[in-house]
Design a protein around this ligand. Structure first.
Ligand code: CO
Length: 213
């Protein structure tokens, strides 16, 4: 095989290991002993939004789940398993749903174009559009409407997190779990806190409140 970009990645890895060991000879030994991350990150799969780099966090600090448009879909066993493990075994204190402006998944949801298999995933974002149609239709500028749907989608996912039995049980057990909604700006690198944080004092719509032991 030719020397390709792919081979370079493996070379980069070796260099990274050397650097880390120069700084701390026990770096990998310590990390291998276990993890106790304070944060579960639910973010977009977009290559430009790497959870650790944009928050200045290190390996071991964030348990990460990423999918197209940072969705919390209640039939998604992958997301539900990550959530359950993070909350009940790792005992994370914060769950952060982080969307980003310019999100291709959200943009796809605003259009009628058929995208094949992805339609099924994007459909969940279309529900957010439908639920907020009145507010969105008042925004004439398409870019601004797009930005707002990105924010509304994050807010909807935070509420969807609150509706899970995993989060409700943690709140009932008073573990101190907080959930938050953020949006990352691709153009300036800054994170906007949407100020929709919820903790055990949160009041869910009655119909979503589960009777838990
Ligand atoms: Co995205």
């Amino acid at each position: 095989m030719k020397n390709t970009y792919y081979h370079q990645l493996l070379e980069n890895n070796k260099e990274w290991v050397t650097q880390k060991l120069e700084q701390d000879k026990d770096y990998f030994k310590t990390l291998a002993e276990g993890q106790s991350p304070p944060v579960l990150w639910i973010g977009c799969a977009d290559s430009r939004v790497p959870a650790n780099q944009i928050t200045g966090t290190l390996p071991g600090e964030m348990f990460v789940h990423r999918n197209i448009a940072n969705m919390v879909v209640h039939t998604d066993m992958n997301m539900l398993s990550v959530l359950d493990y993070a909350v009940n075994f790792l005992k994370v204190k914060h769950i952060i749903v982080c969307g980003h402006y310019g999100c291709g998944g959200v943009q796809a949801a605003m259009q009628n174009k058929s995208l094949g298999l992805i339609n099924k995933w994007v459909r969940n974002i279309k529900e957010v559009y439908k639920d907020n149609k009145t507010e969105l239709k008042k925004i004439d500028n398409e870019r601004e409407r797009f930005d707002r749907l990105v924010e509304l989608n994050v807010i909807a996912q935070v509420y969807d997190l609150a509706k899970t039995s995993t989060v409700q049980q943690a709140w009932k057990d008073d573990t101190g779990l907080e959930i938050h909604g953020w949006v990352y700006g691709l153009k300036d690198g800054l994170i906007k806190d949407l100020r929709v944080s919820m903790d055990s004092a949160a009041h869910l719509d009655e119909i979503f409140t589960l009777d838990l032991d």
